[in-house]
Design a protein. Structure first.
Length: 372
């Protein structure tokens, strides 16, 4: 995705086919997810191929999806719109997960094996993705490109050349780069907490699968309200300040897990706290970054944003595993994750977001270096 997404982003900004590319990659990703129904023991490798392909397509479709935010919402509306989008995402994910868990719970009564029930649930995720995407496609308008494709250049060539140009141009946006670095670090902390919470609950607290599943559901539904709350908070305090508050809460969550979490009740409390800040930190990060993008380069820059989210997602779990390996303590391992929130928070506080927004506004599309 590090090479794939920026090139697609550049192509989308030079063409009127952003909506078509969103449709294409979402359809391919959803279809690959549905096809996981056919993964059985003799063709176990097919699951890996389909998962990687679906993940690539999801990353690409999210780039085009995020790039619509500056088009459909003014700077004053973006916190609210972005927060509502994340809130609906968590609500939808929670509802589907609830249906899947109920279906799996009663698979015997339905005369279905557990393996078949899992495969049906996997396919249902693809159908859910495709179905709600169609709802969006019917109402989302196509966008005219801000930049014209040079007559002697194809889309692939312009994608490669514009990627080089984008990387060179980043030196003109130092505050935006600093924000991306902050996001890369603190979001890695967010993804790590999500990834290792179930491991911590099962191995450190001895919780069963049923309890863990219930907590995951709690996180999904609380995140719906959390995203809406932080959208409201940003309107009252400012986006950056609300985002700083969310990172402070994330740090408190890690400290709580390290020193005060010992039973199932505490794990539910942890789930509620995670849900409150999860949607908020993600929604506000997106809306704040959307204001730091030069006009006409939305997909291009959101591809870099997506890479910041996915490119180092292995680092947090690696640090967690490393600390656990050397100390033999899951509590010390989860405490180590606070480093990502503290460093990300410091970088965010030091980022002059007003200057980053001004840098984007001062950037002029013409003269286009590729056209020249």
């Amino acid at each position: 995705q590090v090479f794939f997404l920026p090139m697609l982003g550049a192509i989308a900004d030079y063409s009127h086919i952003r909506k078509q590319m969103l449709i294409l990659f979402a359809t391919m990703g959803a279809s690959a997810t549905v096809a996981m129904f056919f993964v059985t023991a003799p063709v176990w490798w097919l699951g890996g191929v389909l998962f990687v392909f679906a993940n690539l397509c999801f990353g690409a479709s999210i780039v085009f999806y995020n790039a619509y935010l500056p088009d459909i919402a003014s700077p004053e509306q973006r916190d609210r719109v972005s927060s509502f989008g994340w809130a609906m995402g968590y609500l939808g994910g929670g509802l589907l997960l609830l249906f899947n868990l109920i279906f799996f719970q009663f698979h015997d009564a339905l005369g279905i094996s557990s393996g078949l029930a899992v495969r049906i649930n996997l396919a249902s995720a693809g159908l859910w993705w495709l179905g709600f995407s169609m709802f969006t496609w019917r109402r989302l308008r196509s966008r005219q490109p801000q930049r014209e494709l040079p007559s002697d250049t194809g889309y692939f060539s312009v994608g490669v050349r514009q990627l080089r140009q984008t990387l060179r141009d980043l030196r003109h946006f130092p505050q935006t780069v600093q924000f991306l670095l902050a996001y890369l670090i603190y979001n890695d902390g967010v993804q790590t907490v999500i990834a290792i919470s179930a491991i911590f609950g099962a191995e450190e607290l001895g919780l069963d699968v049923g309890t863990l599943s219930m907590v995951i559901l709690v996180v999904q539904f609380v995140a719906f309200f959390g995203a809406l709350f932080f959208g409201w908070l940003a309107g009252r305090t400012g986006t950056k300040r609300a985002l700083v508050i969310s990172l402070i809460i994330w740090s408190v969550v890690v400290i709580y897990a390290y020193g005060f979490l010992y039973d199932a009740a505490g794990f539910f409390i942890l789930g509620v706290a995670v849900g409150v800040v999860l949607g908020g930190s993600q929604a506000l990060s997106r809306s704040l970054f959307s204001q730091m993008i030069p006009v006409g380069r939305e997909a291009e820059y959101f591809s870099l944003y997506e890479i910041s989210e996915r490119g180092t997602s292995w680092l947090g779990p690696f640090v967690f595993a490393l600390v656990n390996q050397f100390t033999g303590s899951l509590r010390l391992a989860i405490l180590s994750v606070i480093l990502f929130f503290v460093v990300g928070l410091v970088l965010l506080v030091l980022t002059n977001t007003a200057e980053a927004i001004a840098e984007a506004r001062r950037a002029e599309l013409p003269p286009d270096p590729l056209a020249a």
